[in-house]
Design a protein around this ligand. Structure first.
Ligand code: BDR
Ligand code: CA
Length: 318
């Protein structure tokens, strides 16, 4: 299985990413790290511990950055609520927080594994990852790749052109995209194809058990909020898409077969008057594709939802 560190800000869709990463046999979850984003660090960390308990995650959970590198934090309470995970009942956490900070844990794991072994999967702002590169630049050559949820080649969600995870901390995103390691961007182009329509929600609820009940409540609340705030008929479940790319790569032994991935230069706008946080994806056909960054543009949504349904149905490891 592919060894990953899931760096997240749960968050409804982050919670789904955690369930999927834990349940799928192609993934070995080495650690869960948290970062301020959808809500404050204490709130998302509390949520991560509760979801880890529900999912049967035994990997360490460590807390990271309390806010962006240089800007002030603007949480996403409109979508995720005051708790960061409104509308669900979390079990009392039996998983406890690791004493190490997220940044140190990421560095320790990457440096103590063979080069090319660990994949980073950030599903929140990129603050922790940027701080880890600053503190230990050698991780850049040792990480296999960074497969992240964030950005968009076309339209944004927080602003006309910027997606939330990138816009929350654009300076961190710029450092991560410019580091030179392989970066795969699962942005809105592809996550807006991962809509939890009613028949999907029904399949998930029908799986039975505590994870299915949790997911039923989660999707109901998340769907209501996405309908109210962004006018979506069914909510885009962004974050597990990044996990799904890693699963697909691991199963295919190479390029993912259920995604349309395109190599392209990607620059992060940090100083625009109207465009800060934009991921400027260069899809001009004559531009060199000899770059370490790729963007996901297409997704086999049926395949993706089968993964999620199976993850919810899977009983936690004993
Ligand atoms: C991203 O922003 C957050 O609200 C979600 O958890 C997801 O990671 C989508 O723009
Ligand atoms: Ca997230």
């Amino acid at each position: 299985p592919r060894k990953i560190i899931l760096d997240c800000d749960p968050g409804h869709d982050d919670a789904v990413a955690l369930l999927l990463a834990q349940a799928h046999p192609a993934i070995e979850l080495l650690a869960v790290t948290t970062v301020a984003g959808n809500q404050s660090l204490p709130k998302v960390t509390h949520n991560a511990l509760g979801v880890a308990t529900l999912a049967g995650i035994t990997a360490p959970v460590a807390a990271g950055a309390e806010g962006p590198l240089v800007r002030s934090a603007e949480f996403a309470a409109d979508i995720h609520g005051d708790s960061g995970l409104d509308g669900v009942v979390l079990p009392e956490a039996s998983v406890t927080l690791d004493a190490r900070g997220a940044v140190d844990l990421i560095i320790d794991l990457v440096m103590s594994h063979e080069p090319g072994e660990i994949t980073l999967v950030p599903t929140g702002p990129l603050t922790n990852i940027a701080l880890a590169v600053r503190r230990e630049p050698r991780i850049v050559d040792r990480v296999r790749e960074v497969v992240l949820m964030g950005g968009s080649a076309r339209s944004g969600n927080l602003t006309p052109v910027a997606e939330f995870n990138i816009a929350f901390d654009p300076e961190a995103a710029a450092e991560v995209f410019e580091a030179g390691w392989p970066v795969v961007m699962a942005g809105l182009d592809v996550t807006h194809q991962a809509l939890a329509r009613p028949h999907i929600a029904a399949r998930i609820a029908a799986a039975g058990g505590p994870k299915a009940e949790f997911m039923r409540d989660l999707l109901a609340e998340y769907g209501r909020r996405y309908a109210d705030v962004q006018g979506f008929e069914a909510p885009p479940v962004h974050d597990p898409v990044a996990v799904a790319i890693v699963i697909d790569e691991e199963l295919s032994g190479g390029a993912p077969s259920h995604f349309d991935l395109v190599r392209a230069p990607i620059a992060i706008e940090t100083t625009g008057r109207h465009t800060t946080g934009m991921t400027v994806v260069d899809l001009r056909p004559w531009v060199s594709r000899e770059v370490p960054t790729s963007v996901a543009l297409g997704l086999d949504a049926d395949w993706f939802w089968d993964l999620v349904v199976d993850a919810v149905a899977a009983s936690p490891a004993p």
